[in-house]
Each structure stands twice: as C-alpha cells, then as structure tokens.
Design a protein around this ligand. Structure first.
Ligand SMILES: Nc1ncnc2c1ncn2[C@@H]1O[C@H](COP(=O)(O)OP(=O)(O)O)[C@@H](O)[C@H]1O
Ligand SMILES: [Mg+2]
Length: 299
C-alpha cells in the first residue's frame, strides 16, 4: 500500500525564487502534491463580525494541509509579530506548520535555545546573556578570548571575536557600538572554542540526521556559508548529538551548528529553525529537497 499523501502544501518564504523554495515546490509536484509559495507580505487577513479569513491571491490559506516555513524574513517588530501571529492563527485553524511556532520562537532566541540544550544535558560553551554592560564587560575581562553575538542573529551577522585585552573603556565603547549595530540592548558573550579550523552543520529531519557537512573559511571566525564558508564532506559522527539537540526544541527540520575543539570534544553553538541546504547539497549524493518533500508529504 502506498503511503497517504497530503494534497496541498504552502512554502512560507520571503524569497520564493530561492533554490530551496523552487526545489521543494518541484519535489512536491513530482509527488503529485500541490505546492504554493506563500509570500508573507502578500498575505491578507480580513476580519468582520462574523468572519475571519487569511488568504493570498484569493487562496484561503486555512485550506492548506501543511505550511513549511523556509524563512520568517522579518526584521521589523511589526512584521515579526504579524508573521508569528499568522502562523499561530493558521495552526489553530488546522494547518500543520513546520517548524511549529513555539519551536521557531525558541530557535530564534539563542538564549532560549541554550536553556533547552542545557536541560537536555547537551554540551554548550560557557555563555553569558545580559542587558548589563557592566556584567558583559566583566565577562570579557575574565574570559577573553570570547565571542560576542546578537541573541537573535543568523548568518554569522555580528558574530565577533574579542581577543585582545581591551582596557575597560574600550570594552564599554565596543559593547555599546555592537549593541546599537546588532544586539539592540542584549549581549550574548561566549567562550571562544578553538577549533581545528572548521565547524559542522547537521540537518535533522524528523529525528534523523539527513545530511552533514564541515564548513571551512569564512569571514573572521564565522564559517557560515553566508560569510563565504566552504562546505566539505564530514566524517565526524554527530548523529546522536544532533538528533537530541533538535528534539530538545521539538523541531522537525533543524540546522544544528556544532564546533569541535582541539581535543575532539563537540560543542553545540546554536540551532536554526529555518535552515538552508545549498551548502549541504554540494557534499550530498542525493537530492535533499526530494527527501524533505517525501518526508513531509506523508500524512
Ligand atoms: N563560541 C564560539 N567559538 C568559536 N567559534 C564560534 C563561536 N560561536 C560562533 N562561532 C563561529 O561563528 C559562526 C556563527 O555563529 P552562530 O552562533 O552559529 O551564529 P549565527 O546564527 O550567526 O550562525 C559559527 O558557525 C562558528 O563558525
Ligand atoms: Mg549558525
């Protein structure tokens, strides 16, 4: 007996022409599943006393069986709340949203992700999250070299190594500048993990590792593909760690960032709720989009 399929899927993304969005659309179509691109700013919500409707180009989005969030794409607080609200509403209206809204919100916040990882007994570098510039400055003085990053960032943006012994005035100026540029008032400071020159990205799909890669190079200390990191095949087994990490935030499709230290210990840096797979595809022998569509296409 062939598995039962969902019949209508939405792909929620601010970049419907991306390879990821196009690849998934095509993969669903090959399975006989109708896939539409849901573009956040084209969605409208209409309310009147006896009627509430969420639609895009005349399509009632509550009729979708499944909505995969490829990116939230919201930097403004207004767009962010609107999109989170849309996804929550569609969930309540019976659409299966992947990743779930609560899971996306957890992974959007590195501090909350870390709390879940720690509760699951997983290894994370020593970290301080604070709004206090005094406490942040103290951490820098006692833990340099350390890494400063925005608590809601992605793509390596604003991830910087503090390696020199700044005098206290410089630390204050530096933290203030970083906050204005990236952090918007909250600091995440983390011990720097000296790696053998690469980190590892694992893509977890429904409690199984679908693909992994090592990333080398990049900009500053970041190896993100966005920052020019180059993918290469990975031979280190990160399966158990990655699956446990993804399930700690109840994610169905999760990008897990892991960094090895010089002794071969593995540390989890963060989890991504809307991971890309262009880099992973370069070092993977099967079509990642097809596997994802197949997995989520079953009821
Ligand atoms: N504590 C750390 N020690 C060493 N390198 C780090 C550390 N934190 C981040 N990096 C490097 O910076 C990259 C981006 O950091 P990450 O926490 O994944 O944030 P982003 O959400 O921007 O990807 C990582 O992939 C890694 O290469
Ligand atoms: Mg990352």
């Amino acid at each position: 007996m062939s598995p039962k399929h969902v019949s209508k899927v939405g792909l929620f993304s601010s970049d419907p022409l991306s390879r990821r969005a196009q690849g998934l659309e095509e993969s669903f179509r090959k399975l006989g599943i109708d896939a539409i691109q849901v573009i956040p700013w084209k969605v409208s919500r209409k309310g009147a006393t006896s009627k509430h409707e969420i639609s895009m180009n005349g399509v009632d989005l509550s009729s979708l069986d499944l909505l995969i969030v490829l990116d939230l794409g919201a930097n403004d607080i207004g767009a962010f709340f609107n999109r989170v609200g849309l996804l929550s509403a569609l969930t309540e209206m019976g659409v299966r949203v992947i990743n779930s809204v609560s899971s996306i919100l957890l992974m959007r916040n590195k501090a909350e992700t870390m709390r879940r990882l720690i509760s699951a007994g997983l290894p994370v570098p020593r970290t301080l999250i604070t709004e206090s510039i005094d406490d942040a400055a103290r951490f820098v003085q006692t833990h340099y070299p350390c890494v400063l990053k925005p608590i809601t960032g992605f793509g390596g943006l604003g991830v910087q190594l503090i390696e020199r012994e700044f005098d206290i005035d410089n630390i204050y100026d530096y933290l203030k500048f970083h906050s204005q540029m990236f952090g918007k008032g909250a600091y995440l400071l983390q011990e720097y993990v000296r790696s053998p020159g690469f980190d590892i990205r694992a893509l977890v799909l429904n409690n199984e590792v679908l693909a992994t890669m090592q990333r080398v190079g990049g900009e500053g200390i970041t190896t993100n593909i966005h920052c020019g990191g180059i993918p290469r095949r990975n031979t280190i087994d990160v399966s158990e760690l990655s699956v446990k990490a993804a399930s700690s935030v109840k994610g169905n499709l999760v990008g897990v960032d892991i960094i090895p230290d010089m002794e071969g210990n593995l540390w989890i840096l963060e989890l991504n709720a809307t991971p890309g797979w262009a880099g992973l595809q370069q070092v993977t022998d099967f079509d990642i989009s097809e596997r994802i569509a197949y997995e989520f296409g079953q009821i």
